[in-house]
Write a protein that binds this ligand. Structure first.
Ligand SMILES: Cc1cc2nc3c(=O)[nH]c(=O)nc-3n(C[C@H](O)[C@H](O)[C@H](O)COP(=O)(O)OP(=O)(O)OC[C@H]3O[C@@H](n4cnc5c(N)ncnc54)[C@H](O)[C@@H]3O)c2cc1C
Length: 440
């Protein structure tokens, strides 16, 4: 019998990171018991469709991460509709809200994040909503079916995706954003302006440099009073102003937290029997200058898979380059890496395919490519990812020129992409299929 057969591993949170971890334990030969405890009552599902399918005729919000049969085949005990109330380090007990207690040799915390709300008058009115789970999506979809106006507070990814689908469905939509431009934080001013133009061109109204003073209405929301004094009419308000990591269990169990559960590249926390993965973690990364949270689907499932391997006794570090995608008005925005304010930004000029509204931008640090983002440019971005991971030296004019074939450079054998060598230019490129990054 395998030495792990008598062990019991408990995963708290059955979403992208937790399910990836549970399945990864089996892939790496763990023979013991695996239990996933999930507070939500539905078979674990993907969250990205929640903001994209809101106005579909028959939206399937709870698209399973894997079919139910996989849990049986892989001997993963799913405890749905069950919340973990506490972890007791002395006895390694996991206390559940159904009155039971599990003994765990090791625990993985994959508890994710909680949407922030606004503490202003009227915040409790019906129709002022956030979007994090399938139940939120069903409520919001039903409200959007009744029509607008829709006000989105916060021009982040989720807010802009909701704005896009609502506008495509013909609703009157206004986005109220605190910053100078939506998405300026992750994308920088130049690319954020492109995304803003896309929304404005589709008829989304935008108010920038504003915050919310109050939500107005009696029982139901009917308006949003901005800090400028303007009142926007609203039948529904989506508040998308950020999230906070759900560290409550970790903190009570004595795990070190600092704007997230602090982990190393192996998902280990300050408590040897507790690991953590996904949106809730504050993680280091070899290609980033600072630790932080990476609140994207790709990171959650890759980091979860690493945690599962570590728990199965097959440790490997989490090194995947941060990646996200977002879909707005039929276009796919993607980004690899995470630039710093001091990095040099380069916009690709003379893009022969720019008539589709797409674009491509790069960030370099000491002539090394560190991040790339684009709209409807998946092939170029996959190539840029390879160049970033290889820490290839590349000069800004080459990146700016559409004559530089990134895919050819990425296909080049390693010696020609060594860090000290600048890249050369060659033929132009054509985009491939957009969408999610494929799993490694
Ligand atoms: C509407 C929406 C759209 C998105 N779109 C994109 C996108 O287009 N691209 C992209 O890259 N990313 C997107 N994301 C982000 C992506 O979905 C997240 O990065 C990913 O879901 C994080 O997974 P996770 O497992 O770390 O945490 P979560 O998905 O937050 O799951 C945490 C789980 O833990 C459970 N839990 C918490 N505490 C307990 C407890 N005490 N006991 C039991 N269970 C508990 C919760 O119920 C929850 O199910 C989107 C997110 C949302 C909400």
């Amino acid at each position: 019998m395998d030495g792990t057969a008598r062990q019991h591993h408990v995963v708290v949170g059955g979403s992208a990171a937790g399910i990836a971890a549970a399945l990864s334990m089996r892939q790496h030969g763990f023979q013991g018991r695996v239990t996933v405890v999930e507070a939500g009552g539905e078979l674990p599902y993907e969250r990205p469709p929640l903001s994209k399918a809101l106005t579909e005729a028959d939206p399937a919000f709870a698209r399973p991460i894997v079919p139910e049969s996989v849990y049986t085949e892989q001997r993963v005990d799913l405890r749905l509709g069950t919340r973990v109330l506490a972890l007791e380090p002395a006895s390694r007990a996991v206390v559940l809200d159904d009155g039971r207690t599990l003994h765990a040799d090791r625990v993985l915390l994959a508890t994710g994040v909680i949407p922030l709300t606004l503490s202003v008058p009227g915040a409790g009115l019906t129709g002022v909503v956030t979007l994090r789970d399938a139940r939120d999506a069903r409520v919001l979809a039903a409200r959007l079916r009744r029509g607008g106006p829709l006000v989105v507070v916060g021009g982040g990814f989720i807010g802009l995706e909701v704005a896009a689908v609502a506008r495509e469905a013909g609703l009157d939509v206004t986005v109220a954003e605190l910053g100078a431009l939506p998405l300026e934080g992750p994308l920088g001013a130049v690319l954020a302006q492109r995304v803003t133009d896309l929304h404005r061109g589709a008829g989304v109204r935008l108010r920038t440099g504003v915050s919310v003073a109050a939500f107005t209405g009696s029982g139901e929301v009917s308006g949003v009073r901005l800090t400028t004094g303007e009142v926007l009419a609203a039948a529904t308000v989506v508040v998308g102003v950020g999230v906070r990591p759900d560290t409550s269990l970790a903190e009570r169990a004595g795990v070190r937290c600092d704007r997230g559960i602090v982990v190393d590249q192996y998902c280990r926390t300050s408590e040897p029997w507790i690991l953590a993965a996904g949106d809730v973690t504050n993680q280091p990364h070899p290609l980033l200058t600072a630790r932080g949270r990476i609140e994207h689907w790709d990171n959650a499932q890759r980091q979860g898979a690493v945690a599962g391997a570590v728990m199965a006794g097959a440790p490997r570090p989490h090194t995947a380059l941060p990646y996200f995608y977002s879909e707005q008005f039929g276009m796919t925005l993607q980004m690899y890496g995470r630039p710093c304010p001091d990095d040099e930004f380069v916009l690709r000029r003379d893009d022969p395919a720019a008539s589709d509204g797409g674009f491509l931008g790069f960030w370099t640090r000491r002539n090394t490519l560190v991040a790339a983002a684009g709209m409807n440019r998946p092939g170029d971005l996959r190539a840029a990812r390879v160049l970033i991971e290889r820490r290839v030296r590349v000069d800004a004019p080459a990146l700016a020129s559409s004559a530089t074939d990134l895919r050819a450079l990425a296909r080049a054998p390693m010696p020609s992409c060594t860090p000290e060598r600048p890249v050369a230019s060659s033929a132009a490129t054509t985009p491939a299929t957009p969408g999610r990054e494929e799993n490694q």
